[in-house]
Design a protein around this ligand. Structure first.
Ligand code: UFG
Length: 325
């Protein structure tokens, strides 16, 4: 297949681009490099630098595209609270430009990176795709609006869409042979737990901050559903095959297991052999106590099966960081 990958210079987009190439597809990456890195785009993919608004129509008009995988987005929850308009404009506005470009070019399939943040504070655990969506920040709200737009473009324009709602993505894709770093997390502003804990093991930070230990969870710290980026990526290949013109489906993508902040830090200590000092601070605003997916729908409908546990996520993220150094 010939595929357009938006955001293919970013963390998840670069991993999936590598997997798509490995499966024999032709890939064009469209990325404005506002947060992505040109050298993260796997060899074998063609990189077009530009925004979706400026460049999607031109690229797709070139012809021959079978489908789009849409990763490009602003994805910092805290930043979205400071700059909601930016998130609506960049996430929803640019996605609408992409959908119109698809329509004009007659490209009828899209796999979209949605998020657990569309659900907001859950009423029950694990979270089902049919649960209420009440996002608590503009990041989640803008992603939910794109899910809704996809459903409308499916119903009214015959586009086939699948929204994959990611839980907490971690780990890296390491090449099977050789010492090349592969693809992994390289955010200029790093807010995520695992990379921040690993910065302590690297000596780049003195200690990790635990945001709150007074949550109603077994050890008092927040519980999240961590999913290995390679397992997550494989779901995109299955979703691509399952897209049907005129239909829109939503699938959660998590392992269905929860790990607390303290458990994550402990696994990082075991993997790195570093004591990783931790200090407790007050809660971070907007963090739900527990976010765990029900992944039953994607398992039973698409036959997806996660194969890598938290230890593998930490070990691969650690290997990626060290190889890059
Ligand atoms: N945490 C710490 N210390 C840190 C960083 C994080 O204690 O230095 C805690 C957070 O409070 C949270 C957990 O570790 O309880 C995980 O935090 P992350 O920032 O790694 O991930 P989030 O669960 O906040 O965010 C993820 C995705 C978002 C998505 C969100 C859905 O990264 O894109 O899930 O709620 F919006």
């Amino acid at each position: 297949m010939k595929l357009l990958v938006t955001g293919g210079a970013g963390y998840v987009g670069s991993v999936v681009t590598a997997q798509l190439l490995e499966a024999g597809n032709e890939v064009v990456v469209l990325d404005d490099l506002s947060t992505g890195n040109a050298d993260a785009v796997p060899a074998g993919a063609r990189l077009v630098t530009g925004t979706l608004r400026d460049a999607a129509a031109g690229v797709l008009a070139g012809g021959g595209f079978d489908a789009v995988l849409h990763f490009a987005a602003m994805s910092l929850v805290g930043e979205s609270m400071q700059k909601p308009g930016l998130y609506w404009d960049r996430n929803l506005g640019e996605s609408l430009a992409l959908l119109e470009a698809m329509r004009a070019a007659g490209v009828r399939r899209i796999v979209f990176s949605s998020t657990a943040a569309t659900y907001g504070e859950p009423e029950s655990t694990p979270i089902l795709e049919t649960d209420p969506t009440r996002p608590t920040n503009p990041y989640g709200a803008s992603k939910l609006a794109i899910d809704t737009a996809l459903a409308e473009y499916a119903r009214l324009h015959g586009i086939g869409g699948i929204s994959l709602r990611y839980f907490n993505v971690a780990g890296a894709r390491l090449p099977e042979d050789g010492d090349a770093p592969g693809q992994g997390e390289r955010h200029a502003v790093e807010t995520h737990l695992i990379p921040n804990v690993l910065k302590v093991a690297l000596g780049e930070k003195d200690k990790v901050t635990v945001f709150g230990e007074d949550y109603p969870t077994p050890d008092g710290t927040c519980v999240r559903d961590y999913i290995h980026v390679v397992d997550l990526g494989m779901a995109h290949l299955l979703a691509l095959d399952a897209c049907r013109p005129g239909g829109h489906e939503i699938f959660n993508l998590g392992n269905g297991n929860g790990s607390s902040v303290r458990e994550v830090i402990e696994v990082c200590r075991e993997v790195t052999g570093h004591p990783i000092p931790a200090e407790v601070s007050p809660r971070r605003a907007g963090d739900p106590a527990v976010l765990v997916a029900s992944a039953e729908k994607i398992k039973s409908t698409l036959g997806w099966k996660p194969e890598r546990d938290l230890r593998a996520m930490v070990a691969d993220a650690w290997a990626f960081i060290q190889r890059r150094r």
